[in-house]
Write a protein that binds this ligand. Structure first.
Ligand SMILES: Cc1cc2nc3c(=O)[nH]c(=O)nc-3n(C[C@H](O)[C@H](O)[C@H](O)COP(=O)(O)OP(=O)(O)OC[C@H]3O[C@@H](n4cnc5c(N)ncnc54)[C@H](O)[C@@H]3O)c2cc1C
Length: 508
């Protein structure tokens, strides 16, 4: 690693990863710094909905147009991260009573079409044929080009491509202060979390892509931005209940999106303003679980009797308007701030707001701002340049690399080794974010030992397999506890017994 760069990017979520890739593709010398693992913030804690834009069409035509344009681009540049599930916006009898009946459906369809989103009204029986799990009481449905996206893979693919184009990626390094010279930001001071060492890195421009934590980074530069921490809780169900995304055709509300992704289904979300200090310690409450189950069962009645795998929560990086720090006027759009014009601070850009869905456009806007400052005229190519796969997939059954480690998610030993080779992996949670190991129905009960042994061996300390596995199981339990009754409780008890019975010789 060098200590001098053209651009330093703070934050290894999807916005920072996309910006690092765009900057690297335009020939800049790039350093990305992330305090934990990549996709550890909101990027790894959302629905994974590949918005068509229909959700925003009635209220926010600009966001809707951005979403459908990016939806088409992502399908092209990242087919391995996207699933074309399609989406249904359904109307229930109670929606009609609340003023969101079939008249509203017509308004919704027109708004979608105005934004360039295909929206096709369906007969309710036809909708049930398309998605048999949908609430059969529906009185109307509209089909739109929603999909699902794997946020972990998408983020990792951007990081990998940034690196392939020369970027340096430094994870587990927390930016503690900015290097300020006169009215300009000249770089960062970091503390490396694993070694405790501190280091300085300098750059001609610094980009703040730290999501909700971006507020603290702006403060380090001596300026102010009012972020609005809106926590959202979600539940994961143990199998893929629906195959088409199901939304409610009404004003956006809690628990009105059901997204199938990989082997599971996710219901979300709630929205609660939380104190900024709580963003690092999120818990899902019993009230949130009850609300999500109640609303989810309206979309798909079988959810009420489906095993819940776990609960999790994230914080949306929303920005309050500059003249409205109370947060009453929240923007869900993209916010790209050039702090030279806004605050008189040179060489410093903040990119935040937006959505996972619009990350590429956000990255393009941030990179354009960086290139303007550096006098670089290289055009953006991320709307056409394909993203690479993040782990090698071709391993032959019967060979050591073809051995199946995680049966729920079909993860082979070869994929685990390839992820360890390609990325800076320190824990099984890092490995899970790269390969989905342990994310399935058994939550790691059957695979954690093998995965821990492979990681410990790669780290040159086989004796560490046990603590690695214990740390991982602790993390899994945190997500299972809020839904710890019925089948989930039985699974937890089973997991506990397996580990009591299996220790310690299995870790040798
Ligand atoms: C509940 C919920 C559901 C959502 N559903 C969807 C959806 O279905 N579809 C969609 O398109 N969008 C969705 N979103 C929005 C989407 O998740 C976010 O807009 C997006 O992930 C933000 O990415 P980011 O990179 O800007 O922020 P983050 O992913 O939060 O990344 C910021 C990173 O900065 C790092 N960082 C912070 N401080 C420092 C520091 N001092 N030094 C170094 N690094 C630091 C953090 O560790 C973090 O990794 C949802 C959000 C939530 C919360």
């Amino acid at each position: 690693m060098n200590n001098e760069y053209d651009v330093i990017i703070i934050g290894g979520g999807i916005t920072g990863a996309g910006t690092a890739r765009d900057c690297a593709l335009r020939g800049l010398r790039v350093l990305l710094v992330e305090r934990g693992d990549i996709a550890d913030g909101a990027t790894g804690r959302n629905h994974g909905l590949l918005h068509s834009g229909a959700r925003y069409a009635v209220k926010d035509g600009e966001s809707a147009r951005e979403c459908i344009a990016e939806n088409r681009i992502l399908r092209r540049i990242a087919p391995h991260c996207v699933e074309d599930t399609q989406g249904l916006f359904i109307t229930l009898p109670e929606d009609e009573e609340a003023g969101y009946g079939l008249d509203y459906q017509q308004r919704f369809i027109q708004a979608c079409r105005d934004a360039g989103i295909s929206a096709e009204a369906m007969d309710p029986r036809e909708a049930v044929r398309l998605e048999p799990s949908v609430n059969p009481r529906l009185i109307g449905a509209v089909k739109v080009p929603d999909g699902s996206v794997d946020p972990f893979k998408l983020c990792a693919a951007n990081i990998l491509d940034a690196r392939l184009h020369g970027a340096d990626i430094l994870t587990y390094a927390e930016v503690q202060s900015l290097i300020l010279e006169g009215s300009a930001v000249r770089g960062i001071r970091v503390r490396k979390r694993r070694s405790g060492e501190t280091a300085e890195y300098r750059a001609r421009v610094t980009v703040n892509a730290a999501g909700i934590w971006g507020q603290a980074i702006v403060r380090m530069a001596g300026a102010q931005i009012s972020m609005f921490p809106a926590k959202g809780a979600l539940l994961v169900f143990a199998h893929r209940v629906n195959h088409v995304v199901i939304n409610r055709c009404r004003k956006s509300a809690d628990g009105d999106i059901l997204v199938p992704g990989d082997t599971v289904t996710v219901i979300g979300t709630t929205s609660t303003k939380i104190p900024f200090e709580d963003c690092d310690d999120l818990n899902v409450t019993p009230d949130e679980v009850a609300l999500l189950l109640r609303e989810g069962s309206q979309l798909c009645p079988t959810l009420a009797s489906t095993r819940i795998l776990r609960a999790y929560a994230g914080v949306r990086p929303l920005v309050a308007a500059d003249n409205d720090p109370s947060g009453r006027n929240i923007s869900r759009g993209i916010v790209c701030l050039d702090h030279a014009t806004r605050d008189g601070i040179e060489s410093f850009v903040t990119i935040t707001g937006g959505k996972l869905m619009t990350y590429r456009l956000m990255a393009q806007m941030a990179t354009d701002a960086v290139c303007d400052k550096l006098g670089v005229s290289e055009p953006c190519t991320t709307h056409t340049a394909l993203l690479p796969p993040t782990v090698d997939n071709a391993f032959t059954a019967g060979t050591p690399d073809g051995e199946l480690v995680c049966e729920c998610e079909n993860v082979t030993m070869g994929q685990i080794r390839s992820a360890i080779r390609n990325f800076d992996i320190h824990s099984l949670a890092d490995l899970r974010r790269r390969t989905r190991v342990g994310m399935g129905t058994c939550q790691g009960t059957y695979c954690v030992r093998k995965a821990a042994a492979a990681l410990a061996e790669a780290q040159g300390s086989p004796a560490d397999a046990r603590p690695l596995a214990e740390e991982y199981l602790g993390e899994r339990w945190k997500g299972m506890m809020p839904v710890g009754w019925g089948d989930t409780l039985r699974e937890m008890e089973f997991m506990q017994r397996v580990f009591k019975a299996g220790a310690p010789s299995t870790f040798k």
